[in-house]
Design a protein around this ligand. Structure first.
Ligand code: TYM
Length: 322
């Protein structure tokens, strides 16, 4: 199986990114081939400060490596280091209808809020399709918010294949049952744009503070509560083993506890869960040369693969001769 996924360097990664996507990257990194990239071209549609974009990109690489991405197994690279993908994007763009892009949620949401959207945001799903198709990826591990984009990718690939022959592999989204949509501190989807995130590498004290401020319902302490509908429990279960989860669920059903107890348990569990990777990240941060070398090697391998697929597409549609 060939695996590919991308993540935008728009800020520091949060629990949603980790439990929805990054954890899957690591689980799948020893498949036949795996490609993971930092989507700085996509981030350019929103991050318009050059230092910030560069810093975010380097932070993203450190975060992914510290979390367990192994460059000996997976190719880790920066999106803009593979120009073949942007070329493929154009080829796909020529076969993309406006209607298809108008239905995509990132664009639609922005317009429905009365904001004007740039051409970068509008055509964003086509670049994402190029990202995926350039590596002949079968599997794309993501959270549920990216599924629509993968459907668009399949549509574009299918219509190209229909016109020019079997050029592209049709990819499939892969999600985790329990964390395809991780909730934030307010119970909505965890997202930077909702300001409800808890970052993976948030300083321990600050993280605890955020957890303590999570909004909970105001039912009396004695009342039994349904863990399935409580976002604090949803967050706790991300970190807990089966036993701790069952114990906590039983406590909810029985009632007679305070949310403070759950918050403390969540903060302790998160501390322990991410404790080791914090130390690993510090170690890596002291070796910027090594990180750059990893990204360089990853890009070289990615270019080779993307170059071959681009060539295939170019020959198929008459831009190049075999
Ligand atoms: P991005 O950067 O918004 O998110 C990166 C990954 O994190 C997942 N995610 C979540 N999963 C569960 N719960 C949440 N609350 C949550 N928030 C974020 C996302 O689903 C995603 O998997 N367009 C992509 C980047 C991209 C890409 C690609 C992905 C560019 N090219 C090609 C896959 C394949 C994006 O904006 O993800």
């Amino acid at each position: 199986m060939r695996v590919l996924s991308g993540i935008q360097p728009t800020g520091r990664f949060h629990w949603g990114n980790y439990f929805g996507a990054i954890r899957q990257y690591i689980d799948l990194q020893n498949e036949e081939a795996s490609y993971y990239f930092i989507a700085n071209l996509h981030a350019l549609t929103t991050v318009r400060d050059k230092e910030q974009l560069w810093q975010n990109t380097m932070d993203a690489a450190l975060d992914l490596l510290a979390l367990g991405l192994d460059p000996n197994q997976a190719n880790l690279f920066v999106q803009s280091d593979v120009p073949e993908v942007s070329e493929l994007c154009w080829v796909l763009m020529t076969g993309t209808s406006m209607g298809l892009l108008e239905r995509c949620h990132a664009y639609k949401d922005k317009v429905s809020r009365g904001l004007s959207a740039g051409a970068g945001l509008f055509t964003y799903p086509v670049l994402m399709a190029a990202d995926i198709l350039a590596y002949d990826a079968n599997i794309v591990p993501v959270g549920s918010d990216q599924v629509q984009h993968i459907e668009v990718t399949r549509d574009l690939a299918q219509s190209f294949n229909h016109q020019y022959g079997e050029v592209f592999v049709l990819p499939q989204a892969k999600m985790l049952d329990t964390s395809a949509k991780v909730v934030g501190t307010d119970g909505e989807k965890m997202s930077k744009s909702y300001d409800n995130t808890i970052e993976i590498f948030e300083p321990a004290k600050q993280m605890r503070k955020k957890i303590m401020r999570i909004v909970t319902d105001s039912r009396p302490m004695e009342a039994p509560k349904d863990p399935a509908t409580d976002h604090l429990f949803q967050l706790f279960q991300l970190f807990a083993g089966d036993e701790a989860k069952a114990e906590m669920a039983a406590m909810y059903r029985k009632g007679g506890f305070g949310y403070g107890t759950v918050k403390k348990a969540l903060a302790d569990a998160a501390d322990e869960y991410f404790g080791e990777v914090r130390a690993k990240r510090e170690e890596l941060a002291a070796q910027p040369e090594k990180v750059r070398e990893i990204l360089g090697d990853g890009a070289a391998a990615a270019r080779q693969q993307a170059g071959a697929v681009l060539r295939r597409a170019q020959e198929a549609c008459g831009l190049k001769r075999a």
